[in-house]
Design a protein around this ligand. Structure first.
Ligand code: NAD
Ligand code: UFG
Length: 379
């Protein structure tokens, strides 16, 4: 039987508009961690925009049939875009592997997604997080330097702001204070290393993209977020409750100083986030751009946990069982971005709002009830 996701791929391709294949191909970009959630969606947008990509990933958090095959997410991106993705199973800490790669291709820039990202795991395994995220980035920038590739986009996070001193969060808000876990600190330390690097050598051009809360999936339903374990984050947990993989959602805290007592976050659609990387690439390759600059990628609007639950129920037509429980340690009450700097300097603005985030997540979840390993029809 043909899997449901493959049928929907064929349908999506048949109704999506034909591509202007004659337009000139753009530069080749090295993508680290491109098999993962944000990387795969960004690659889909980049291929559509005529960039070529070479992807490295160590498969620690994305599904591949075996060690020698490219991640399933990237096979689906190839189907979706009808373009080829070159893939190497390489770790960012493998200096000799990286050097070989830099000698084999001519990269115009690097987009660096590869990192471990579980807040709770980072509390249990801090050394592994610093080793992978901080030392791993050092190894990458050393290889870039050795091979004279000095343009970098780094996946940072709103977590670098710690507990907000004011809202919305602008890029001028202090960073590095009151960060409650090693994952967040690894993002902050790496930002500091990259800033020092750009002060030390003015040939480096670096953009730090501080993501708020990425959610949603590609509108085709072919690629999406595929947690390999019990989801830590709200949206994947919520959608697994909706599909019946989990019994109920624990809502962590209902006594925050917010209108309904639950935490408020700036949820941003993954396609908007992916497009933010294209705008950042354009900025980076503009000769006028110098140094290291941080940009928030968020919508500027916060939604509470219960508002997201209600929106998901509305678009999915399913009732979400939830229980109000204790606050989760280290969580903040309200976090949302001021995205005006990205609008002004990157010409980027988030266009997709809460219902579309839920609709696209639900389509991905329905078509792939067990993520990329799924070969079942729609339940
Ligand atoms: P993800 O886990 O889905 O993707 C990361 C990818 O990197 C995975 O495929 C993993 O296998 C790979 N990887 C990890 N360590 C590696 C190593 N040493 N060498 C090579 N590959 C390695 O995560 P994501 O959600 O796509 O996040 C991408 C980036 O964005 C990360 O740097 C993350 O910290 C950052 N970020 C994510 C969020 C979020 O909510 N998803 C928010 C803020 C920032
Ligand atoms: N939440 C629940 N139940 C769950 C999961 C989450 O109620 O099962 C709540 C949290 O308490 C919080 C909100 O949903 O109020 C959002 O939680 P997430 O775990 O989805 O996201 P966080 O804001 O905690 O963190 C995310 C990423 C970090 C990133 C940060 C940037 O996980 O990597 O956004 O703002 F750094």
């Amino acid at each position: 039987m043909i899997p449901y996701w493959l049928l929907s791929c064929l349908l999506y391709l048949s109704i999506s508009s034909p591509k202007l294949s004659e337009a000139k191909q753009k530069a080749t970009v090295l993508i680290t961690g491109g098999g993962g959630y944000i990387g795969s969606h960004t690659i889909a947008e980049m291929l559509d925009d005529k960039y070529s990509v070479v992807v490295i990933d160590n498969l620690s958090n994305c599904y591949a049939f075996n060690d020698t095959e490219k991640p399933e997410s990237l096979k689906r991106v190839e189907m979706l875009t009808k373009k080829k993705v070159i893939f190497h199973n390489t770790d960012i800490r493998d200096s000799s592997g990286l050097n070989k790669l830099f000698k084999s291709y001519k990269f115009a820039a690097v987009i660096h997604f590869a990192a471990l990202k579980s807040v709770s795991e980072s509390v249990r395994k801090p050394v592994e997080y610093y080793e992978n995220n901080v030392a791993g980035t050092n190894s990458l920038i050393q290889a870039m330097k050795n091979n004279n590739v000095k343009k970098l986009i780094y996946s940072s996070s709103a977590t670098v702001y710690g507990s907000p001193q004011y809202l919305p969060l602008t890029e001028k808000h202090p960073t590095g204070q009151n960060i409650t876990n090693p994952y967040g600190k690894s993002k902050y330390f790496t930002e500091e290393i990259l800033k020092d690097l750009s002060y030390s050598d003015n040939e480096w051009k670096i953009i730090l993209l501080r993501y708020f809360n990425p959610v949603g999936a590609h509108p085709s339903g072919l690629i999406g977020e595929d947690p390999t374990d019990i989801p830590n984050n709200l949206m994947p947990y919520l959608s697994q409750v909706a599909i019946g993989r989990r019994n109920h959602l624990d809502v962590f805290g209902s006594d925050y100083p917010t209108p309904d007592g639950t935490g408020i976050r700036d949820f941003i659609h993954i396609t908007d986030l992916a497009i933010g990387h294209l705008r950042a690439l354009e900025k980076l390759t503009n000769p006028a751009f110098k140094g290291c600059r941080a940009y928030n990628l968020g919508t500027g609007k916060g939604y509470s946990v219960l508002e997201l639950v209600k929106a998901f129920e509305r678009v999915s037509g399913r009732r979400i069982n939830y229980k109000l429980t204790e606050r989760r340690k280290g969580d903040l009450a309200i976090v949302y971005a001021d995205p005006k700097l990205a609008e002004k300097e990157l010409n980027w603005i988030a266009k997709r709002y809460i219902d579309q985030m839920c609709e696209d997540t639900w389509r991905w979840q329905r078509q792939n009830p067990n993520g990329y390993q799924s070969d079942q029809d729609e339940p």
